[in-house]
Design a protein around this ligand. Structure first.
Ligand code: NAD
Ligand code: UDP
Length: 330
């Protein structure tokens, strides 16, 4: 971050998907570090509310744009973060063809833009590239077990293709591209209705509605708090030299969905009861990152334990839901 003269070296960062859950926290962190941010978002699953507090910031610019269409910028950028893509299974399966195009054509368009600007590129990939994994925990050299014709394929295979593009641009010496494989991340600004487990359980408990558990609830996930993830994404962007391999970013603590339910119930006094429902097709049974590479190449590891992160998230949802008209009128 420091230039040769000892002064802070600031950059201009394009954050595609910057009005989404993770992207808006990334915009906050980049601005707080003194960088300029151009946020590019179609508002498919993101919201203006996530970036509203930034709109008067002199170093923040918001561009409404779908990354499936080529993009040109009037001023130079140093960094491109590609987070554009719906992340909730419910949302990315709503228009699977657009999801696939967002990952593949969107990554190609943003890589071409990075090439034009000589910018460093970070791709938000996913633990979903491992599919329903047969190896546990998942190391980056595990090649995965993905059903390429199932309902999750638009996301999983789209992200795998985007990774392939990144490494093709990198090998050809066209773009200094890096790939983060992100594991389940949670925190304030998840959309209350986007169907992901942490937001679903918290919102259901706060409203006294049934807590929906799909399948037996014995399937596991590893949950990373959003501030830890954002620190990892910036560390990957700043890594020198480029690790030239994908890097898992996630919290290695592994919890079953039933355990997560217990933790949420311990934090929220509620009359809600658990309602079991069918397990969606191709739902991965176990997931836990091996973060040896992140430790080695980035000096990164998560700091926020699940209980602490859940407290923060619950308190944010309490405030947000109490401001919604339906609650106020009760
Ligand atoms: P999100 O849905 O909240 O944010 C995605 C953002 O991308 C939204 O603002 C949306 O409007 C925007 N977007 C979607 N399609 C677009 C398009 N075609 N053009 C422009 N903008 C578009 O999801 P998130 O949780 O913030 O995830 C951010 C990124 O991290 C995604 O790429 C996701 O695949 C990846 N990721 C997230 C998780 C997680 O648990 N949150 C896990 C693995 C990977
Ligand atoms: N899940 C659940 N109830 C819900 C939402 C999700 O039991 O209301 C389960 C889902 O089937 C999966 C796990 O929780 O096994 C994590 O789901 P999420 O959609 O958050 O993320 P992903 O499946 O992409 O890891």
């Amino acid at each position: 971050m420091h230039g040769g003269n000892g002064r802070l070296r600031t950059r201009t960062a394009l954050v595609a998907g910057g009005a989404g859950f993770v992207g808006s926290h990334l915009c906050d962190a980049l601005l707080a570090a003194g960088h300029s941010v151009i946020c590019v978002d179609s508002f498919l699953t993101g919201s203006l509310r996530n970036v509203a507090p930034l709109q008067n910031h002199p170093d923040f610019k918001l561009v409404k744009h779908d990354v499936c269409d080529a993009l040109s910028l009037p001023r130079p950028v140093d960094w491109v973060f590609n987070l554009a893509c719906a992340a909730s299974p419910q949302r990315y399966q709503a228009d699977p063809v657009h999801t696939m195009m967002t990952s593949v054509v969107g990554a190609k368009n943003l890589l071409s833009l990075a090439e034009e600007h000589g910018a460093v590129f970070v791709q938000a990939s996913t633990s979903e590239v491992y599919g329903d994994p047969e190896e546990h925990p998942q190391r980056e050299d595990y090649l995965g077990h993905v059903n390429c014709t199932g309902p999750r394929a638009c996301y999983d295979e789209g992200k795998r293709a985007a990774e392939a593009l990144c490494f093709d641009f990198l090998r050809a010496g066209r773009v200094d591209a890096r790939v983060a494989r992100i594991f389940n991340t949670y925190g304030p600004r998840m959309q209350a209705d986007d169907g992901r487990i942490v937001s679903n359980l918290i919102v259901q408990a706060l409203k006294g509605e049934p807590l929906t558990v799909y399948g037996s609830g014995e399937q596991t996930r590893s949950f990373c708090y959003v501030s830890d993830l954002v620190r990892g994404l910036i560390a990957l962007m700043e890594a020198d030299p480029n690790p030239r391999v994908p890097i898992n970013l996630g919290n290695p603590g592994e919890f079953s969905i039933n355990e997560l339910v217990e933790m949420v119930l311990a934090l929220i006094p509620t009359s809600s009861k658990v309602a079991y429902g069918p397990l969606p097709a191709d739902d991965p049974q176990r997931r836990r990152p091996d973060i040896g590479r992140a430790r080695k190449f980035l000096g990164w590891q998560p700091r926020v334990a699940l209980e602490q992160g859940l407290r923060e998230t619950v308190s944010w949802f309490e405030t947000t839901l109490s401001r919604t008209p339906s609650r106020r009128s009760r």
